[in-house]
Structure formats: C-alpha cells, structure tokens
Design a protein around this ligand. Structure first.
Ligand SMILES: CC(C)(COP(=O)(O)OP(=O)(O)OC[C@H]1O[C@@H](n2cnc3c(N)ncnc32)[C@H](O)[C@@H]1OP(=O)(O)O)[C@@H](O)C(=O)NCCC(=O)NCCS
Length: 164
C-alpha cells in the first residue's frame, strides 16, 4: 500500500471516531463499564474500581469517551496537571474491539484535546502490558514529571506534542 493510500485510510478511520466529554448518564455508564472490564478486571484484579473516586470530579480532570459511528468504544480521562502538562489516565478500549487501531486514534484525539487546551506535553503511567502500544505511538520512557510519583508496577512514558 502506498504512503498516500495508507494516510487516506487512516484519516477516513479517524473521521468515524469522535472523542467527547462524558456528559449523560449513559456516557458515564459506558465510561465506567470499559474501565471496569478492560483495565480493572483484566489488569488489576486485586483493586476495587470506585465510580465515585474524587479524582473523577476534580476541576481540570476531564473524563472522555471515544465513539465510533456513535457507539462508545473507549475511555480516557484527560487531566490538566499544570500549564504545560496533561496526563492521560486509565486508557481503555472495549475488550472485544482491542487491537484494531482504536487505541491509536484515541491517543491522537486526546493529544489534540490537550494541545487545544494549551498543553505541550503528555504523560502516562503505563501498565507494562501496554508499553509497546505507547512506544509505537511516539511515547518514550524517561524522567517525566507528573502530579504524583509513578504508581507501583507502572512505567511512566511521555511525549512532547508537535506544534500545530
Ligand atoms: C492498550 C490499549 C488501550 C490499546 O488500544 P488498541 O485499540 O488495542 O491498540 P491499537 O489497535 O491502536 O494498537 C495495537 C498495537 O499496539 C501494540 N501493542 C503491544 N502490546 C499491546 C497490548 N497489550 N495491547 C494492545 N496493543 C498492543 C502492537 O503494536 C499492536 O499492534 P498489533 O495488534 O498489530 O500487534 C487497549 O488494548 C486496551 O484497552 N488494553 C487493556 C487496558 C490497557 O492496557 N490500558 C492501558 C493501561 S496504561
């Protein structure tokens, strides 16, 4: 496939996706369901998922869902850490739809939201099983700053956002 064809197909795929703020009760239900099954049940079996965690409601912490043709397929919280940094928290794609490119689109769109809000750097605390995914999407390991220390068992990665 030529680079032009590949780019056109990537753009078409992205046009079917939309990343939007969680608003309705149905949005919240989808957001929590994806995080429960894709992250907590699959990767953190000892940890209880709390829908009412205060971090979900802090000003500057922005829960988002990824829709594909109107169906919710992914979840991410975009935390505005300070004037330059955004953190992407608990990224999850629906279990039955993983490894079809939706995660890469979610990252791309979330980085766009961070950039539109004036942030120039994104940090993520990655579960080791997803490290390859982040490295494939331009993230690098290193001594990145964040709001808090690296949680046990996770790996911090970051990315400087290109200028628009
Ligand atoms: C990690 C996750 C968000 C990636 O989204 P996705 O839609 O599955 O990923 P994409 O299809 O865009 O990219 C997949 C590519 O990333 C890389 N990759 C490596 N390890 C991977 C993994 N464990 N899961 C997904 N992708 C992985 C591969 O290159 C893969 O390409 P391949 O399928 O051709 O081998 C998604 O799989 C997920 O929700 N996983 C469970 C929860 C999780 O790990 N969240 C991140 C916690 S920090």
């Amino acid at each position: 496939m030529s680079a032009v064809t590949e780019r056109r197909q990537t753009n078409e795929a992205r046009e079917r996706h939309a990343l939007r703020r969680v608003q309705s009760a149905a949005d919240w239900a989808s957001y929590h369901a994806i995080r429960r099954s894709a992250i907590f049940a699959a990767l953190l079996p000892g940890q209880v998922y709390d829908e009412h965690d205060p971090d979900e409601f802090k000003p500057g912490n922005l829960p988002h869902i990824l829709a594909l043709d109107g169906d919710v397929v992914g979840a991410v919280r975009i935390d505005l850490i300070d004037a330059t940094q955004a953190g992407l928290r608990l990224i999850g794609i629906r279990n039955d739809l993983q490894r079809r490119g939706h995660g890469a689109v979610l990252l791309h769109l979330a980085e766009g939201v961070a950039r539109a809000l004036g942030r120039t750097e994104v940090v993520i605390n990655a579960h080791p099983t997803s490290l390859t995914f982040y490295l494939a999407n331009g993230y690098v390991e290193g001594d990145w700053r964040d709001a808090g220390p690296v949680p046990a068992g996770l790996i911090r990665v970051g990315k400087r956002l290109p200028r628009p």
